[in-house]
Design a protein around this ligand. Structure first.
Ligand code: FAD
Ligand code: MLT
Ligand code: ZN
Length: 483
């Protein structure tokens, strides 16, 4: 999709001139400015290759002061800007819609400080998540968030999207673990709220506004975050189950019997696993196929204690016929291999041509009904099949079931208006009827900007617009997105 096919009108922004570029040249080093068509490609296209913008300029400042100077200039000149992190977002929020300037924080990539006693990390926003975690590993700590894009996404990017990921169940939301932020506002003001305090009830907790604001309120340049000690004992079990009812029973049982060591409870349907099998050379963890699989991770500090707990849980779950089959990783390589069956799903689903993605929160009991209903609707409409005339390959469901968060994905051979009309607003109406959220963790970005009304009422949307107008009155930050 390009701006011509979006059905959106370019805002009344100024166009980039030679004198703007001269100004940026005067404040940034030459390698911080990209204008070459080839160099711009990555920054103009999203991870799914679904959205493409036509920015002529990417700026990669190395200091917060430079970010401030850039934004001050853009605000005065009325030039629109898209803040960008690792460009792994899944809702088209990180790339320009038209010719917005891309402000990449990739060169703000230093760890600023780490306190060995409190576990508080202060880092530049552009540090890659996996690098932050490796740094912490050296100190016996872990980043309190993990996700499949960890090798590319930034600490600032996950904060800007309020990403959830694979261990929210254990470590909670970033709204809890982020202690402070340094943010540059649209007019260039540097807001220093980089607190390293766990408790601070002196007024409104304004940093919360920027967590999940997807680059619409300010550019996050620094993050202070509380990190837990790194678990020294990690177990992973991969289980086969006959129904979604059994998945729910397994979850209740895991919470009760694994208690404080439970660190992930992920669920995958058989379709999503078949697609991973098709697009990788991995062999299935279990010899038989089941309608559902659950990946359970325990993380603790005493291997024998955790092994005993997991063993007892599995024995009981099998005796009670909640779980019919399973395998437990014997070493760290097997742990990583089992996780691949979960983490490689997003990439595998996109290999057939494209994928329609819905990231929803729904009351747990109804979670998988959405996949069943959508699948039925698509089959009845005759768009699903094995041949190249059929746009839809399958309907897949997986996700962070322990958090009530399902990823409904419809992998397609090609994007098709008919399929889109079958899916939307059907999916959003379905979610709204059960008072769910149309975006549990990926955000609104460009893809969901027109659908916020299915999850938030007019009063709330009005308040959000008020906040946006106060912090970015000229609407130069990430226009056409969010609300
Ligand atoms: P980008 O994609 O560059 O940007 C995302 C949004 O944040 C944009 O709106 C952008 O304008 C804004 N932004 C980025 N950096 C800044 C900044 N410094 N200041 C202000 N605004 C900024 N998400 C989950 O929640 N859970 C998952 O389990 C999960 N798994 C994923 C697995 C894969 C394979 C992929 C590709 C994505 C996954 N995601 C997941 C999506 C998730 O949103 C991103 O991976 C991550 O949060 C975005 O980080 P990023 O640095 O790439 O940001
Ligand atoms: C995941 O949980 O794998 C991510 O949120 C990405 C996706 O939804 O595909
Ligand atoms: Zn997810």
């Amino acid at each position: 999709l390009t701006s011509e096919s979006y059905n959106v009108k370019r805002g009344d922004y100024a166009s980039l001139t030679e004198s703007d570029v001269q100004y940026f040249n005067s404040i940034l080093s030459a390698n911080s400015i990209l204008q070459d068509k080839e160099d711009l490609l990555f920054y103009n296209e999203d991870w799914m290759r679904k959205y493409r913008g036509s920015s002529q300029l990417v700026l990669k400042p190395k200091t917060t002061e430079q970010v401030s100077q850039i934004l001050k200039h853009c605000n005065e000149r009325n030039l629109a800007v898209v803040p960008q992190g690792g460009n792994t977002g899944l809702v088209g929020g990180s790339i320009p819609v038209f010719d917005e300037i891309v402000l990449s924080v990739a060169n703000l990539n230093k760890v600023r400080s780490f306190d060995e006693v409190s576990g508080i990390l202060v880092t530049d926003a552009g540090v890659i998540l996996e690098n932050a975690d490796k740094f912490l590993e050296g100190h016996g700590y872990i980043f309190p968030l993990d996700l499949g894009a960890k090798g590319s996404c930034h600490v600032g990017g996950v904060v800007a999207t309020n990403a959830g990921g694979l261990r929210l169940l254990r470590y909670g939301s970033l709204h809890g673990s982020v202690l402070g932020l340094e943010v540059v506002l649209a007019d260039g003001t540097i807001v220093n709220n980089l607190s390293t305090l766990r408790k601070d009830n002196t007024g409104y907790d304004l940093k919360q506004l920027f967590i999940g604001s997807e680059g619409t309120l300010g550019v996050v340049t620094g993050v202070s975050i509380l990190c837990p000690p790194r678990p020294t004992a990690v177990n992973v079990a991969f289980l086969g189950l006959e129904s979604f009812e059994q998945v729910q029973r397994a979850f209740v049982k895991a919470k009760k019997e694994l208690g404080e060591v439970l660190s992930a409870f992920e669920c995958m349907d058989n379709i999503s696993q078949s697609i991973v099998e098709e697009h990788t050379d991995l062999s299935r963890p279990l010899s038989e196929q089941y309608p559902f699989y659950v990946l359970i991770e325990t993380s603790g500090s005493n291997k024998e204690h955790d092994d005993a707990k997991l063993e007892a849980f599995l024995e009981n779950a099998m005796t009670e016929e909640i779980v019919v089959d399973g395998v437990v990783a014997q070493d760290s390589t097997e742990v990583a291999n089992l996780w691949q069956w979960r983490e490689l799903i997003p990439e595998a689903l996109g290999k057939g041509g494209g994928v329609y993605k819905y990231d929803v929160s729904i009351p747990l009991a109804q979670l998988y009904d959405l996949v069943i209903d959508v699948n039925k609707r698509l089959i009845e409409a005759g768009v699903v099949g094995d041949t190249t005339e059929h746009p839809v390959i399958a309907t897949a469901g997986y996700g962070h079931i322990g958090d009530g968060n399902l990823h409904l994905n419809i992998p397609v051979r090609f994007y098709d208006k008919k399929v889109e009309k079958l899916l939307e607003p059907f999916v959003y109406e379905w979610i709204s009827k059960v008072s769910g959220s149309i975006s549990a963790e990926h955000g609104l970005g460009f893809a969901k900007r027109n659908y916020i009304g299915y999850s938030k009422d007019e009063q709330l949307v009005g308040m959000m617009k008020g906040v946006k107008n106060m912090l970015d009155p000229k609407n130069i930050l990430n226009p056409y997105k969010y609300i």
